[in-house]
Design a protein. Structure first.
Length: 87
């Protein structure tokens, strides 16, 4: 599921410019879904490559200054806490 979301994000970015509103929204939505997966899944069951790609996306999109929604930031931090428990 995580690799599918990352591929989806990359395909949207290839069809639009990085600054396009659709590209930014798709990155935020993918990061939010990955954060929710990281929260509810045992981190041992997630492959290391998917963890690192997900962490990078979460840190870039949900923990940036552009994110003004507190729930997104909370979920991002909670997911990173869960994932870091097995690294």
């Amino acid at each position: 599921m995580i690799s599918f979301l990352l591929d989806l994000k990359n395909s949207i970015l290839s069809e639009t410019s990085k600054a396009h509103e659709l590209a930014v929204e798709s990155e935020i939505n993918c990061a939010q879904v990955i954060a929710k997966i990281f929260i509810s899944t045992n981190p041992i069951l997630i492959h290391d490559g998917q963890k690192y790609d997900g962490i990078k996306l979460i840190a870039c999109r949900l923990l940036s200054e552009d994110t003004h929604h507190e729930l997104l930031v909370y979920e991002a931090l909670l997911s990173l806490t869960n994932i870091s428990s097995c690294l």
